[in-house]
Design a protein around this ligand. Structure first.
Ligand code: SF4
Length: 481
């Protein structure tokens, strides 16, 4: 595959699943975004998630670039890539003209042929890093490629069967089969699906999380949570050995696979690569931020953050409760990546599914070299907050009432359509008002922000997926994500 044509005037948007329960789910998407940002191939690199913020609805607000390449960091073509993403981003096909932007919707990462290599590497490394070996895998070992399986879309499993068939044809293993968590052939039936004495299971998932750490180990009969309880390969059972690997999404070469999907898109849909004259004529988020910092005196506030000049005239970001402390007493956090890690957990070590929850840890300081660094830091701490605020400044921020958000839900979340207005109010009173610092703009009972000088308000233009999940829980009882 040829390298991508110059895309330096374009934005890259990586989409992942994310999770409101654990931090591992979005990690590969952030990892590859950081790497691609470091390479400087695109003018901007952004991320968005189904379950985390910035969510898919806010995804395209993060850039005003005329050309935006969207690459789903998903394993297969299916429910998410064919239904959820087009619906949430407003895409109508591979090329969508949205206002003044052209959105180029590329194939998901998992469909690239190189994924076969990723699966084989993972299968080989899980055995190589264990205390035992498989001396003749072509005679004794069965490799299981384990996917999710869903009744929402048949395409979701197609790629798993294709990968298993391809590996089978290579003859590296005595057998290779696709197995699924929620559909036949079930991974829980591994004992009867093969006679091989050696079995290797590789989860065909982008990220580790609930499925790879808990669900599949339980279905295999290994342990309840390999992350918490630990697991030593191989597992022995009735004279057989089983190796269990982790998900493949953190393989570093997947950053190149993302670029390959962009290049493949360009080959299939040649697009004009000239920078569009209108691309920078609209007010950008960076312009708006620069103007705000110029016109208002420091310290500036955003959520629980305070921003001021450091002694060496860099932007200094800290928890506002620490403003009065000597800087020497605060721990320096050097990179935006480390800042994001810090914001994932509260001071008791609990995962923070809501970035705007009023429990951002204290005791740190981050210095951003320039406006671009500052924007990235703010995007990581309060995703899409600057984008929403910029749009609001120009009267362009769309606000979606609860009823409309509920009507848009499909699949397992369709049930939230049944929640009445009183139910929504209870939900807001339980989760939004005490648990989130955002100003809720959507009805019922919107709470627009009071304008305060020197503050960038955190805005909530529509119910987040966390709240939609809580609405489902309210109707159905607690369930898995
Ligand atoms: S819906 Fe509620 S919890 Fe979710 S971001 Fe908005 S205000 Fe916060």
């Amino acid at each position: 595959m040829p390298p991508p044509l110059p895309v330096r005037d374009a934005a890259l948007l990586l989409l992942g699943h994310g999770s409101t329960l654990n931090a591992d789910s979005s990690a590969p998407t952030f990892q590859h975004a950081d790497e691609l940002r470091r390479r400087g191939l695109f003018a901007e690199v952004h991320v968005a998630f189904w379950k985390e913020e910035p969510n898919f609805r806010q995804a395209l607000r993060q850039t005003q670039r005329r050309h935006v390449y969207v690459v789903p960091n998903f394993i297969s073509s299916g429910y998410f890539t064919e239904q959820v993403i087009p619906r949430e981003l407003g895409l109508s096909g591979p090329v969508t003209h949205l206002g003044r932007q052209d959105i180029f919707y590329c194939q998901p990462v998992g469909l690239h042929p190189v994924m076969n290599e990723a699966l084989l590497r993972r299968a080989q490394s899980v055995v190589a890093t264990s205390a035992e070996t498989i001396s003749a895998p072509a005679q004794t070992a069965c490799l299981f490629i384990c996917g999710h399986g869903t009744s929402f879309n048949d395409n979701s499993t197609k790629i798993i069967y294709e990968q298993a068939a391809l590996i089978r044809s290579l003859g590296l293993y005595a057998d290779c089969q696709a197995v699924l968590m929620e559909q036949s052939p079930f991974v829980k039936d591994w004992r009867t699906l093969t006679d091989c004495p050696d079995v290797v299971v590789v989860p065909f998932f982008i990220s580790d999380g609930l499925h790879s750490y808990e669900d599949i180990p339980v279905l295999l009969g290994l342990t309840h949570n390999i992350k918490e309880q630990g697991f030593v390969n191989p597992h022995r059972e009735n004279g057989r050995r089983l190796w269990y690997a982790t998900a493949i999404g953190t393989e570093p070469f997947l950053a190149d696979t993302i670029l390959s999907q962009v290049a493949e898109f360009q080959a299939r849909f040649p697009v004009e690569t000239q920078p569009a004259p209108s691309s920078d004529s609209a007010t950008t988020i960076a312009d708006e931020l620069a103007r705000f910092l110029e016109l208002t005196p420091p310290p500036w506030m955003i959520g629980e953050l305070a921003l001021r000049w450091s002694e060496d005239r860099r932007y200094e970001l800290l928890q506002h409760a620490d403003l009065a402390l000597p800087v020497a007493d605060l721990n320096p956090v050097d990179s935006a990546h480390d800042l994001r890690q810090l914001a994932l957990w509260d001071s008791d070590g609990n995962f923070r599914p809501l970035p705007a929850a009023p429990n951002l840890r204290r005791g740190w300081v981050h210095r951003a070299r320039d406006l671009a660094d500052l924007r990235l830091a703010l995007d990581y701490l309060y995703p899409a907050a600057l984008a929403n605020w910029t749009l609001r400044q120009h009267g362009l921020l769309p606000v979606t009432p609860w009823r409309e958000t509920a009507e848009r839900q499909t699949g397992r979340f369709r049930i939230v359509r049944e929640l009445g207005e009183e139910g929504v109010r209870e939900l807001v009173a339980t989760h939004c008002q005490p648990g989130c610092l955002k100003n809720r703009l959507w009805t019922p009972d919107a709470l627009p922000p009071a304008t305060r000088s020197g503050e960038i308000p955190l805005l909530c233009p529509e119910a987040c997926n966390y709240l939609v999940g809580k609405a489902r829980e309210k109707l159905k009882g607690p369930g898995e994500e």
